[in-house]
Structures are given as structure tokens and as C-alpha cells.
Design a protein around this ligand. Structure first.
Ligand code: ASP
Length: 409
């Protein structure tokens, strides 16, 4: 049986067992969670996280060096950032539009009298941007600061490209290290069905179906917006800009989508996302290695959608009207918030505080949606990584066409 099939079966079993757990006494679930589900899930996540930092570093070095001249890097970089920003803005507009249409905040009785939420201070965006260039790259690698690691790797890759022959042994070394980690990805993925099962059963059993009740409409709005963005925006982009078949794209990328769903972490899914893009979708290695790690760190359309819907939802619950400038403000700050969101579980919700504060909505509103966020995190992470792969695919296809044109001249 193929690994993808095994993962799908594991996901379905995980959902069934997770729902089953919501019917048994709480202490039975917590014993199963503490001694079986959580350890198995955590070991799986640790196995992948173990290879994420080296893979990001090595593949960005190789990707940048592979692009050759700095001018080409600049061109690909600009295309990538433009795609990320435009698709995020579209995602946010879909989220806001649907939240106005379906009015989830008016579809239930919400008790806000004892809603409490201690907003964790989100890192100021300006600081994050200034600190992209690390003053101590070893520190960035040790603490797993993705943006800083990416910046450092781009510099090393540039140097390798410019120095060419002189440093060809180091380039070769990086290629061989890359081989080692790609082998490890395959090895770790053999355990994915067990990890995926444990993570899903634990998430669903822990959230409990009781939490759903009045939150159903909020969940429907977020899920519908995620679905529309995936099925319409990305498909149109893949078809229109990449001249590709969206169905084939989704089929080839499915292993990564299912892993994003079970881990709720763009970072943890990265090794598999890059492998699926390169091997199943034929994305050029140097483009996948540059676009996808960057996207896993800064491009989060799914997270943006949740933040947009949540903001309008909280405004509706607290009966506050949002004006046109507020909507523009939401789009701007949610774009920044999704850039600042780290690709690990649950951070999107922490960054939501920033958006709420910006438009003067009560941060305590987050307490209302916390209960169902774990489940939505699984879906939005799948969309987050799909956006990165769509971007890599489109840029790669365009590059291939340019090369063909040049060759036929
Ligand atoms: N879990 C998301 C991701 O890793 C981030 C978030 O929205 O919390 O992509």
C-alpha cells in the first residue's frame, strides 16, 4: 500500500477514534492521551523538527547558489513576494466577505461577561523585519529563527554562486548533506501514519464536540473561506499563470496537505512539501528550495483567513460596527500578522491579538474561539503550505517556458 493511502487511512481512523473519545469519561481520554497519543504524536513531530533547520539552511544555500546570478535571485524574489502578498490580500477579502455574508457572530448566544484572554505580546513587526539579518547566525540556527536562517543561507548561497569554481568543493558538500537529509525525510515519513493518527485523535478528543455548539457558524465560515481560496484562487492561478492542471497539482501535493493537516505546522511539513513539489509536480529544485521555506515562514493565507473571519466575528459578537477604514486596517494588519506568524501550531491565534488591538476590538474575544481553534489550525495549515507550493509551481513553470523559448531561438 502506498504511504499516501496509509496516511489517509490513519487520518480517518484518527478522526473516528477522536470523536469516539468525546463520548467516553474524561479520565479515560486523558489517560490514553497522556500515555499513548501525546507521546506518539510528539515523537513524530520531534523526528521531523530534528531535520527542519538543517534542511531549510542547506536547501536555501543550494537554491540560491543554483539560481546563479544575483539578478535572477532578485527577479525570482520579487515574483515570490508579489504572489505571496496578492494571494494573502485575496484570502483576507474572501474571509471578510464571507463573515459579512454569513454573520457568524449573530448566529448564537455568546456569553462575553466572563471571557478572558491574556494577550501575549506579539513581537513588533518592525523588529522582526529589522532583525531579519542575524548578528549571530549560529544563534539563529540554534534557536530555529527561520527568517534569520533564510537570510544567512541566501548570503552563503550568493557567495557560492559568485565564487563558482573556487568553492565547488563546498557546493558539492552541501549537495551531499542535502542527500542525507532527503534520505532522512523518507525514513521519518515511514512513521507518519502512526504520528498522524495519534495527533488527530488527540486533537479531536481534546477539543471535544461540546465546544462546537454555537461556534458552528464561525467554523463553517472559516472552512468555507479556506475551501474557496484553495479551490478558486489557487486553481485559477495554477491554470492561468502556470498553465497547469489544478487537479493534478492537488493530487501530486496531497501527501504534504495531509501532513500539514495532521501536524498543524508549516515548518514541520516543509521537508515533505518540498519533496512533493519537486518529485510529484516537477518544480525545479532551486526554485522549490528558495520559495517554499520562505513561504512556510511568511506566507500564511489560511492563517490570514482565520484572522479576518475572527475579527469580523468578534466585532459582531460585541456589536461593534466596522467602517471602511477599519476593513482596510484589518487587511493591512492581518497581512503583517500572517507574515509574523511562525509556522508552528496555534501561533495564528496569538497574532490575532495584534489585529484586534489595531481596530480597537476587545482582545478577550479570542477566548470565544480558542476552543475550536485547534481543529481549524489543521485546515488552515494545509492551505498555508498549498499556497507556497502553488507559488513555487507557477514560477517554476514560467521559468521552464522562458528557457524553452531561449533554447528554440
Ligand atoms: N499552524 C499554522 C502553520 O504552521 C500557523 C497558525 O496559523 O497558527 O502554518
Amino acid at each position: 500500500m502506498s504511504l499516501t493511502k496509509k496516511i489517509i487511512i490513519a487520518l480517518i481512523l484518527g478522526v473516528i477514534v477522536g470523536i469516539g473519545f468525546t463520548f467516553v469519561p474524561e479520565n479515560i481520554f486523558s489517560a490514553a492521551d497522556t500515555y499513548v497519543l501525546d507521546p506518539v504524536g510528539q515523537i513524530f513531530i520531534n523526528l521531523i523538527m530534528m531535520i527542519v533547520v538543517p534542511i531549510v539552511f542547506v536547501s536555501i544555500v543550494l537554491g540560491t547558489a543554483g539560481l546563479g546570478e544575483p539578478a535572477k535571485l532578485g527577479k525570482i524574489g520579487i515574483q515570490t513576494i508579489t504572489f505571496f502578498l496578492v494571494t494573502t490580500a485575496i484570502a483576507l477579502s474572501i474571509g471578510i466577505g464571507l463573515a459579512y455574508l454569513l454573520e457568524p457572530g449573530k448566529a448564537g448566544v455568546f456569553d462575553v461577561s466572563n471571557a478572558e484572554y491574556e494577550a501575549e505580546s506579539a513581537p513588533p513587526i518592525m523588529d522582526t523585519l529589522i532583525n531579519i539579518i542575524p548578528d549571530n547566525p549560529v544563534n539563529s540556527l540554534a534557536s530555529g529563527d527561520m527568517l534569520q536562517i533564510i537570510a544567512f543561507a541566501v548570503f552563503i548561497g550568493l557567495a557560492l554562486a559568485v565564487l563558482g569554481e573556487k568553492t565547488s568543493a563546498v557546493y558539492r558538500l552541501f549537495e551531499q548533506i542535502n542527500e542525507i537529509f532527503m534520505y532522512l525525510v523518507n525514513l521519518v515519513m515511514k512513521t507518519a501514519p502512526y504520528g498522524a493518527f495519534a495527533l488527530i485523535a488527540s486533537a479531536i478528543g481534546g477539543a471535544g464536540l461540546g465546544a462546537l455548539g454555537s461556534m458552528a457558524m464561525y467554523m463553517v465560515t472559516v472552512i468555507l473561506a479556506l475551501f474557496i481560496h484553495g479551490a478558486v484562487t489557487y486553481s485559477l492561478a495554477i491554470w492561468g499563470l502556470g498553465k497547469g492542471n489544478p487537479l493534478k497539482f492537488y493530487k501530486g501535493f496531497f501527501p504534504a496537505i495531509s501532513l500539514g493537516f495532521s501536524t498543524s505546522s508549516s515548518n514541520a511539513t516543509l521537508p515533505v512539501s518540498m519533496k512533493a513539489a519537486q518529485e510529484n509536480l516537477g518544480v525545479k529544485k532551486e526554485i522549490s528550495s528558495f520559495v517554499q521555506p520562505l513561504g512556510a515562514t511568511i506566507n500564511m493565507d489560511g492563517t490570514g483567513i482565520m484572522q479576518a473571519v475572527a475579527t469580523v466575528f468578534i466585532a459582531q459578537v460585541y456589536a461593534q460596527t466596522l467602517g471602511f477604514t477599519d476593513i482596510i486596517m484589518i487587511i493591512l494588519t492581518a497581512t503583517l500578522a500572517s507574515i509574523g506568524t511562525a509556522g508552528v501550531p496555534g501561533v495564528g491565534l496569538i497574532m490575532l491579538a495584534m489585529v484586534l488591538q489595531q481596530v480597537g476590538l476587545p482582545v478577550e474575544g479570542i477566548a470565544l474561539i480558542i476552543g475550536v481553534d485547534r481543529l481549524l489550525d489543521m485546515l488552515r495549515t494545509s492551505l498555508n503550505i498549498t499556497g507556497d507550493a502553488a507559488c513555487a509551481y507557477i514560477i517554476s513553470e514560467r521559468e521552464k517556458r522562458l528557457e524553452e523559448k531561449a533554447a528554440s531561438r
